[in-house]
Each structure stands twice: as C-alpha cells, then as structure tokens.
Design a protein around this ligand. Sequence first.
Ligand SMILES: NC(=O)c1ccc[n+]([C@@H]2O[C@H](COP(=O)([O-])OP(=O)(O)OC[C@H]3O[C@@H](n4cnc5c(N)ncnc54)[C@H](OP(=O)(O)O)[C@@H]3O)[C@@H](O)[C@H]2O)c1
Length: 304
Amino acid sequence: MRQFFAIIGHPVAHSLSPRFQQAAFDASGLDAAYLPFDISPEQLPQALAALRILGVAGFNITLPHKEAIPGMVDGLSETAREIGAVNTVVSRRGEWLGDNTDGPGFLLALERFLEENRLAFPSHVLIFGAGGSARAVLWALARRPFRAICLVNRTRSRGEALLNLPILSGIPDRTACALDQTSWRDWISNAKNPLVINTLSLRAFAGNEIPFPPLEGLSLSDATLFDLSYVPSKPSGAGPEEGGRTPFLEMGSLFGAPSQNGLGMLLCQGALAFRLWTGKEAPVDRMEEVLRLATGQKSLWKSL
Ligand SMILES: NC(=O)c1ccc[n+]([C@@H]2O[C@H](COP(=O)([O-])OP(=O)(O)OC[C@H]3O[C@@H](n4cnc5c(N)ncnc54)[C@H](OP(=O)(O)O)[C@@H]3O)[C@@H](O)[C@H]2O)c1
C-alpha cells in the first residue's frame, strides 16, 4: 500500500521539503507521497488526531510547532529530549517517536562547508536568536570543542536560559547579550576567527530600514557566517554574485567573509529524516539537485 508522509507548519507553502522528499522517495523506488499541511497552533491537536487516523508513516514539523510536539507524541529520541524540540516524527506500528534532525543536520552542513572551503574549525561562536533552531544549533556546538559562545537575542532572558542548558556545561565561556546592547559588538571584535550564526526568523529583518542586526562598523573579515535561513534577499537570477544571499549574508558581504545559507542544513536534516522513516540511505545527490533547481543556487557548499 502507498505510504503517506507529511510536513506540518504555519505557513508551509514556502517549504522546499515536499519537492526534495518526494524526489527522494521516487528516486528510491518507494511508493510514497509527501504532502504539506498548513496547520495553525489552535488546529494542532485535531490535525495530529487526523494524521493518526489517516495512518501517516512519518512527518516533519516546521515553525511554529517544533516545541509543542514533544508533549504530543508517544516517545522521544535522546536528541529530541536534549534539544527540547521535534522536527521529525516516525510512526512504528502506530506508535509515534519524536526525533530532531535539525541539530545533527546543522553540524553535518557546517562541517562540510568548512571542509569544502578549507576553513579551520572555529573556537568562538556568536549566535543571533534564541528560538527553537538556536536550541538545535547549541546542541550541535556542544559536540565540538568550542571554547566560547556569545548568544544575542532581543529577549536577553531567553538567551540566558538556553546558555544554562546542561548540555553546554563543557563550554567554559558563555555570554548572553540583548540585541540592543553594544557588548556583543565588543565580544565579536575581540574574538579570533569567530563563527557567526544567524537563527533569527525573517520577521526580525522585515521592514527594518537599517539592515538587522546591524553589523556595520564591525571588522569581521576573519569571521565565517552561517545563516539558517535560505530565503534570498533578491530573487534568483538577479545576478550571479547575489545567488542565495539572505539579508543577513548581504551584511556579511561587506566584510568578504566566507558565507553559507541554510540550504545545506535543509538537505542534511531532510536526508537524516528520510533514513529514519525508511531505514535506507537517502539519495542525497538527487535531493541536492532538486534544491539547486528550485532555488537557482549553483552549489550548496561553496561560499556565497
Ligand atoms: N535551514 C534549515 O534547515 C532550518 C531549520 C530550522 C530553522 N530554520 C530557519 O531558522 C529561522 C528561525 O527559526 P526558529 O524555529 O528558531 O524560529 P523561532 O523559534 O520563532 O525564533 C525566532 C527568533 O527570532 C527572534 N525574533 C523574531 N522576531 C523578531 C523581531 N522583530 N526583532 C528581533 N528578533 C526577533 C526571536 O527573538 P525573541 O526570543 O526575543 O522572541 C527568536 O530569537 C527561520 O528562518 C527558519 O526558517 C532553518
């Protein structure tokens, strides 16, 4: 019988997951359909009940539901428990296991980017944002020998709470700053070869006359930039040098710093979800090809 997979979010129409996951099922010769469903937070309990009745084999979860799902499934993987959010649910004989492939997917994408661009692994990292994806990023960073983290968020207390997570106890130097404080600018100016990661949602960039968060005046030529977003500031085809650059990475282009958007992470988290659902290695080359065609971005791994 044909298997059925889904992604739920609000909104979800922009998601590239249906395209590359369907291509992965087709390339693997599996009889499966992967469908997007726009579900508001109020509709979430009924939507999950409907997915159970329909016999969904697995599904992805995107904004804004990732942190609500842990309390609504039958069990959690250790990764999902540590991150406190679920982006992938696997159904085994009707029992739902919540997992999280964002953290491992982020780490795979970061390491591939550093390797392909011959960049050393940084020891200092500044992260903008303290939402669900920042939790996944911190989980990943806790697995590598980082020495210092500065977390910058509009709501400073949210950043502080994340830095107190037990998984980060091995990182000796942890600082939380509010976006409107200047102390993070001093921190980043004094860090050597820092990794700067943006996890702020696009809402933070919308309607701001000054690019946000303001990076002008900083000298970050030895930094590496990673934006989890992959929505470009200009449509594809606007010019070869603009392809794939998000509003955050546009700011980074002022410094000529190596830059990566979230498309590689999207691919890696999707490939891990595919393996959880099917027990088979994902056809990564085909999935990557679909992402390149859908976005017009020539490479997921070369610096933008
Ligand atoms: N590439 C991938 O595979 C992948 C995977 C996961 C997520 N993502 C992307 O990562 C981004 C964040 O996702 P998320 O799940 O972490 O979102 P989230 O949980 O909603 O967190 C949003 C963050 O943005 C901040 N923010 C929102 N509006 C703001 C504003 N007007 N001014 C200043 N700060 C604002 C919030 O600050 P407060 O705490 O102060 O509210 C919070 O830190 C999204 O663009 C998502 O698409 C990509």
